[in-house]
Design a protein around this ligand. Sequence first.
Ligand code: FAD
Length: 466
Amino acid sequence: KKEKIEADIAIIGGGPGGYVAALQAGLLGKKVVLIEKNKLGGTCLNEGCIPTKTLVRSAEVFHLVREAEKMGIGVENAAVDLKGVMKRKNEIVGQLVSGIDFLLKKRNVKVVKGMGDLIDKNIVMVKEGLNETTIHAENIIIATGGKVSQLNIPGSNSKNIITSKEALELKEMPGKMIIIGGGIIGMEFAFIYASFGVQVTVVEYADSILNTIDEDVVEVILQSAKEKGIRVISNGAVTEILDGEDNESIVKVKIGEEKRYFSADKVLIAVGRDTCFEGIDHEKVGLVLNEYGNGIEVNEFMQTNIPNIYAIGDVTRKMLLAHVASHQGVVAVKHIAGEEEAMNYSVVPNVVFTMPEIATAGYSESELEGRNIKVSKFPFEANGKALALGDSMGFVKLIEDIDEKKLVGAVIVGPHASDMITEAALCIRNGLGSREIIKTIHAHPTTAEAIHEAALGLNGGALHFE
Ligand code: FAD
């Protein structure tokens, strides 16, 4: 069957970039077509943010159950039922994906299933089976996202090798897991599987895990990792993966001059994400790539060098985060509709869902070296709510520019960090300082009081900490 569609906007890719752009365009009354070759929601909903966080929650619950006696609750024979954990994850993902479907219908967005091919600046062809749809659109938004990076070393396609995708689908609990890469994704999985009782080893190539985050924060995570029995190897170059006995794999790691061998039944490769250019022949269409050649070049309105083609999300390689993709989608659609609201990347909150969580906004302390700043830290050990939760590891750190009296950075490592960071982000984005935080009464008892106390620390001293 052949079909022709005329549209105001055709969007290629239904991840958090593409589907949010479609919802926004629908809201503005545009005639929108959204093309998706796989599942609505993209990486984020199906293989990324949401499924990992449902596993994180299961891991936290198991951790709590094991700690329950300390809280006066008797629990016997607690065990992880991995099938049940995965079933819950699939149900939540399914619920959210059908929610998107529902919203898209409500906004009159036409969803075309299949692989979209960018033919020229106004035409996208979609093929699925025998069906062929030609979409003629005034504007096109490319939101094709990313895919898992492979590791090119001998043995990297052996049977026990998995990526983040398979790590979300395991049917049996491994006894031992080696995670290659101590970045955000690697460390999130390390805490998930270690909490489930798996013996986890993380091998990181750089001299520290999470190496873009301040050292004092990483120290907290390393301490927590140690308590969970996660072994962390830094400065470790994985050179080969060999087949061992009993269906195990052996990972060969070079640490300086030393060679070490680690065995595991699953080896998770978490060495980063590549850009997905499927269906986007940038040379043929004449799209310019960024200076590294790994993402589509865009201006602050997400417009490519071809004015009616926009690109958003991971395919732009700006920041590989779902909330950035969505915001870029809104900026692109508003620009198409004639509104100039530029992207601003200076205060994007970034969260690592380790245990405890890390959340950052603005600049880190190391990025601000040489600037006239004041730093204040307040530990969760001195916060009543954190103690009541039984979760008092970590601290809030606020960084203020002394001359401008404005907050320029914040890091929270501890309970509820991911939900609390927005207060700091709001301040930084709007040029507010610690004095504005102090003037705002924070509810008691909450972990957010630690932000209030850290702000007090920038103005003469915290009340509840010496
Ligand atoms: P994607 O989500 O990758 O979506 C792109 C879509 O386009 C896909 O559905 C794909 O099938 C489709 N597509 C591609 N090419 C075509 C074509 N030619 N035709 C039709 N369809 C096509 N980010 C966070 O902010 N918070 C987190 O906690 C977080 N956790 C993560 C955990 C993991 C394990 C992973 C892998 C990622 C995580 N991320 C997280 C990153 C986040 O998932 C991405 O930044 C986000 O999904 C990018 O959105 P996007 O719309 O650009 O692309």
